[in-house]
Design a protein around this ligand. Structure first.
Ligand code: AMP
Ligand code: GLY
Length: 426
């Protein structure tokens, strides 16, 4: 079967690597792809926002499955348009992708189906949002309703910061995404991510992870798209996993189906493990980036049949198998990230990460003379497995030592919570 993969990041490189190992695969195409993905797929310069062009390409190349990596095309209805054209697609419809595309939608779903989450208000103007924030007081969290590339959330320790964030949203800091805001209770606890493959009816647990959203060591500095991750998340015990499924995931799947927008694709639950039990922070409608990279390193089974079963409503028959060993990924970013990253610096030493190590490309490109250069904020994902998180961490950082890229940097402490847990358990 021929497959078309949509996207160009480290998440998509990991998916391309895994899909390309499938005996079911005919030819893999990626749009637009990147130099790492090009080792596994033919990269094509399709305009992903032009759904008619994607449909035409899929027909011409006899694509049996389109796999959509990022959220924007899903929220824009690419899966709907492919579906209408009779092309199988892995990823939710635009309506179902509202779970990521509208924070207010998800909060209302939680309220309607009794799903534990932070108490909230949903507002279409600054005055009402400000009044609510003043009434609740700090600490408090302000979120632009729509997609804001991970930048639309302000966790305000002081009321003034929350009020400024509300004003910024309504003054257009996030464009249309900020036309509505959610103001919500501050939750305390440890965060974890839990992934599910869904087909509208079944939500198949598909691994756990923890990521490091902050730029600097010790989880300090500004928020980023994620500077590293590891899987599994040791904090999610089997008991907690069962509670998340029963209290959060099952009512979500039921609610979405009842509302006529059954969810298929990856449901990524961002959770806060509070003293009152797990609460939903947010949903994403796709794999995490860089969480996908560690999940793909741990998945023993062929990915392609699972993606197909999601698209065809057959997931109930599957139970994916995972390696016991943890995996960890360190993001190497270009200097300047998460502000304006410096582009064009030359990267070498990434061809072979060594034993148990995969170096996934995120923001890379080839320059006119074919050299590998930085072309984005997050540029490489150095991903390793090991008998322990400590060993995976050591392997990843050893591979980083062999990479020659003066224009890049990374955190030095990815996995620290899990490593501390391992040390405490010794
Ligand atoms: P998001 O972009 O929605 O993933 O939010 C970014 C980060 O903000 C999350 O990973 C949390 O660390 C934090 N956050 C979001 N909502 C809350 C909340 N209600 N209480 C505490 N922290 C939050
Ligand atoms: N790493 C966080 C995300 O993919 O949203």
């Amino acid at each position: 079967m021929n497959v078309l993969l949509i996207g160009s990041g480290g998440r998509e490189h990991a998916l391309a690597w895994k899909i390309s190992a499938s005996p079911l695969l005919g030819k893999l195409y990626a749009a637009p792809g990147n130099p790492g993905i090009a080792s596994h797929a033919e990269c094509v310069a399709l305009d992903v926002a032009d759904h008619a062009a994607v449909v035409a390409f899929a027909k011409e190349k006899e694509i049996g499955l389109v796999v959509v990596g990022p959220e924007a095309p899903l929220v824009a209805g690419l899966a709907d348009d492919l579906h209408t054209a009779g092309i199988r697609v892995f990823g939710p419809s635009a309506k179902a992708a509202q779970l990521e595309g509208s924070k207010g939608f998800t909060k209302d779903l939680c309220a309607r189906y009794g799903i534990p989450t932070a108490a909230y208000g949903r507002f279409g103007n600054a005055a009402d949002a400000r009044a609510y924030a003043q009434e609740v007081g700090a600490p408090i969290v302000v979120k632009a309703d729509g997609l804001a590339a991970g930048k639309g959330v302000t966790v305000a320790m002081e009321l003034d910061e929350a009020l400024s964030a509300i004003d910024a949203c309504f003054e257009g800091a996030f464009g249309a995404a900020g036309a509505e805001v959610v103001v919500e209770e501050f939750l305390e606890g440890e965060e974890a991510s839990f992934f599910f493959l869904c087909d509208g009816k079944t939500a198949l647990p598909f691994g756990t992870a923890q990521d490091h959203k902050r730029l600097s060591d010790g989880d300090t500095g500004p928020n980023t798209g994620g500077m590293g991750a590891y899987s599994p998340a040791p904090v999610l015990t089997p008991e907690l996993e069962a509670r998340v499924i029963a209290e959060i995931i099952e009512p979500t799947m039921r609610g979405m189906a009842e509302m006529g927008m059954p969810f298929a694709g990856v449901l990524y639950a961002g959770l806060m493990l509070t003293k009152d039990g797990p609460k939903l922070i947010e949903y994403n409608a796709r794999f995490g980036d860089p969480e996908c990279q560690v999940l793909m390193l741990r998945l023993k089974d062929d990915l392609l049949p699972l993606l197909l079963a999601s698209a065809e409503g057959r997931l109930a028959d599957f139970s994916p198998r995972w390696r016991d060993e943890p995996a960890l990924t360190v993001v190497m970013a270009a200097k300047g990230y998460p502000g304006t990253p410096e582009k064009g610096s030359v990267i070498s030493g990434v061809e072979d990460g060594g034993d148990g190590v995969m170096i996934f490309h995120a923001g890379t490109a080839r320059d006119a003379s074919g050299r590998l250069v930085a072309a984005g904020g997050r540029v490489l994902n150095v991903t390793a497995a090991g008998a322990t998180v400590l060993e995976a961490q050591a392997r990843a950082y050893a591979a980083i030592e062999r990479i020659d890229w003066p224009g890049g940097f990374c955190r030095r402490d990815i996995g620290w919570r899990a490593v501390e847990r391992e040390k405490a358990a010794d």
